[in-house]
Each structure stands twice: as C-alpha cells, then as structure tokens.
Design a protein around this ligand. Structure first.
Ligand SMILES: Nc1nc2c(ncn2[C@@H]2O[C@H](COP(=O)(O)OP(=O)(O)O)[C@@H](O)[C@H]2O)c(=O)[nH]1
Ligand SMILES: [Mg+2]
Length: 204
C-alpha cells in the first residue's frame, strides 16, 4: 500500500514485476538501473538475490526516487518475483504491500501456457492478500518481441488482456531496453493518478 511518511515527507510506492520464469523481469530492472541518470541521490542500488545460474531466487529490488508531488518526494520500489512455479510462497511475500504490477509475458508461442498460468497465479495470490486486479493498477508488457517465434499482440491480448477493463499493454525487447521505460512510465502514472485522486492514503 502507498506509504506516506509525514516525518520525511516521502511517498513510497511498491511496484512488482510479475510473470513466468525467464520472461525478462530481472532484465527490466537491470535496464532501468543502467539508464537512470546518476544524478545525486536518484540512483539506488540494484539488489539481486540470484543463484549462481543467474535465476532470481528471492527477488530483485531497485529503489528509484522520482519527482515531488504536493511537497512529497515520491519513491518507487521495484521488485521482481521468482517465476518458477515452486516458489509461490516467495511470490506471496513479495506481493505484500504491492501498489502496482507490471505483468511481463514472454511472447514466444511455446510460453503462452506459462504466461496464462502465471497470470492466474497472480490473481490467486492477490486474492489471498484480499486484493484483486480491480483495485491494484497493472499493465502488461509483451516481452521478447525480437524473437521470430513471437505470437501476435492480438493473440496475447486475447489470452491476457481479456478482463472487463482492458489495460495498457506494451511490446518490449527488454534486453535492448525497448518498452522498458514505456512500461515503467505508465505504471507510475497510474499509481500517481490513483494516489492524487483517492485523498488520504495510509500513514506509516
Ligand atoms: N531475445 C530476448 N531475450 C531476452 C529479452 N528479455 C530478456 N531476455 C533474456 O531472457 C533470459 C531471462 O531473463 P531474466 O530477466 O533473467 O528473466 P526473469 O526470470 O523473468 O527474471 C536472459 O537470458 C535475458 O537476457 C528479450 O526481450 N529478448
Ligand atoms: Mg529474475
């Protein structure tokens, strides 16, 4: 949930990158970390808890400091989850206190079942936290568009963007930083709009 700290005049928002194993979640955070201007104080450390084979074991974490609104400094905390099916307890933990989700889907045809399974898993895990995609802003990122076996966007929308309200979706090639900031900008915009419109958020 949005954390407003009146003492430090900071608003903290937690964004979780969710999706199946190897879809490119960590790559998104690495790209953001590489590109964020190293202006004083704006660049946090990327913390990755990965195995030797480079797979996210627990999560990746990247804090970014954004603009001030209403006199409050906004801080976004970006997290990824481990995509492997067996790590569900970890995903539930990382989702605690989530404000917004970037669902990263792998565009390869062979990954569609995993995408759908991961999306359903997200809905289940949110519901165990008494949340749902109706109140948690989210967007879709269709990653790995550079691969020749990428499925058409329309097909991915049909599978993943078929709820009552369609959400913004972005094609991406995260390893080339394509679509990475488009996705991040949109989810941060949605979160800030929600914060501005909803009035009093919870105080820490
Ligand atoms: N071809 C291609 N490979 C990608 C893309 N994004 C990520 N990858 C690769 O996919 C693999 C898994 O990426 P990673 O970010 O670790 O996935 P995660 O398990 O979701 O965190 C890595 O080898 C990345 O370099 C992309 O857009 N296109
Ligand atoms: Mg990862």
């Amino acid at each position: 949930m949005a954390m407003l700290n009146p003492a430090t005049r900071e608003l903290q928002l937690k964004i979780v990158y969710y999706g199946p194993a190897m879809c490119g979640k960590t790559t998104n955070l690495v790209q953001v970390h590489d590109q964020v201007q190293a202006a004083a104080g704006t660049k946090g450390k990327l913390v990755s808890l990965a195995t030797s084979s480079d797979r996210t074991l627990f999560f990746d974490f990247l804090p970014i400091e954004a603009m001030s609104i209403k006199g409050f400094k906004t801080k976004f905390q970006l997290y990824t989850v481990p995509g492997q099916v067996i790590y569900n307890a970890t995903r539930q933990l990382v989702l605690r206190g989530v404000d917004g989700v970037v669902f990263v889907a792998d565009s390869q045809y062979s990954k569609m079942a995993e995408n759908v399974e991961s999306f359903e898993n997200l809905e289940q895990n949110l519901s165990s936290l008494k949340l749902s995609l109706t109140d948690v802003p989210y967007i879709l990122q269709y990653n790995k568009r550079d691969l020749r076996n990428a499925a058409p966007i329309e097909y991915m929308d049909f599978l993943l963007n078929n709820r009552d309200v369609q959400v913004p979706s972005f094609p991406a090639a995260a390893h080339k930083c394509e679509g990475v900031f488009e996705s991040l900008n949109m989810i941060t915009r949605l979160l800030l709009n929600k914060f501005i419109n909803q009035g009093t958020p919870q105080y820490t």
